[in-house]
Design a protein. Structure first.
Length: 114
């Protein structure tokens, strides 16, 4: 497999994983807004915290980004994922903010219902 195909494969996998985590983040937010907190809400929170730990361990880089770097020397933020450059560049800030709002809402609901 040539380098372009390897980069394409990494971009596809990275994008699918990104979509999954965005879905989880919005599920946590939805749970907090609608007061429908289930075990899936807590699993989602755990998954996102786990993702944050992985990013922390890899110095705020996704391991797939580090793998993709072997096949590209592009300076664009979206060289390793199928996202618009502006979104790839601001991804962590945007979705961390949404996640924090979701977690705060979930915790408020839990304390309210206690």
């Amino acid at each position: 497999m040539n380098e372009a195909n390897k980069l394409l494969g990494i971009k596809l996998i990275h994008t699918v994983i990104w979509v999954f985590f965005v879905f989880v983040i919005f599920y946590v937010l939805y749970s907090g807004i609608t007061n429908t907190i289930t075990s899936f809400t807590w699993i989602g929170i755990g998954l996102i915290i786990g993702e944050g730990l992985v990013l922390f361990i890899f110095k705020m880089f996704c391991p797939l980004t580090l793998m993709a770097r072997k096949y590209s020397n592009s300076e664009e933020a979206n060289f390793d994922i199928f996202l618009p450059n502006w979104l790839a560049k601001n991804n962590k800030v945007i979705f961390t903010s949404i996640f924090i709002v979701g977690v705060v809402l979930v915790l408020m609901r839990v304390m309210q219902n206690a």
